[in-house]
Design a protein around this ligand. Structure first.
Ligand code: SF4
Length: 76
């Protein structure tokens, strides 16, 4: 499913931002993406979606790839 088609995407703050911000190069800064996620009303939905769908790349719900892996591990 395309991100724009997700039920909560209408409130996604990142759709007004530069997409590259959310998909930084390896080792690149995640600070700006996390700042935007912190202001986003659907961050919980976004993170839950990313975890459920095993999204590997990018910042989702304010969490980086590594942070999401950690969350998954902790939950299993
Ligand atoms: S939490 Fe972050 S990545 Fe998710 S929809 Fe909101 S701004 Fe976008």
């Amino acid at each position: 499913m395309m991100f724009e088609q997700l039920p909560w995407a209408g409130q996604a703050k990142c759709l007004q931002a530069e997409p590259d911000t959310f998909f930084p190069e390896k080792g690149g800064s995640t600070r700006e993406a996390k700042r935007i996620c912190a202001l986003c009303d659907v961050a919980n939905e976004c993170l839950a979606y990313a975890l459920a769908n095993d999204e590997r790349f990018g910042i989702w719900g304010g969490k980086s790839e590594r942070e999401r892996r950690r969350l998954k591990k902790a939950a299993s």
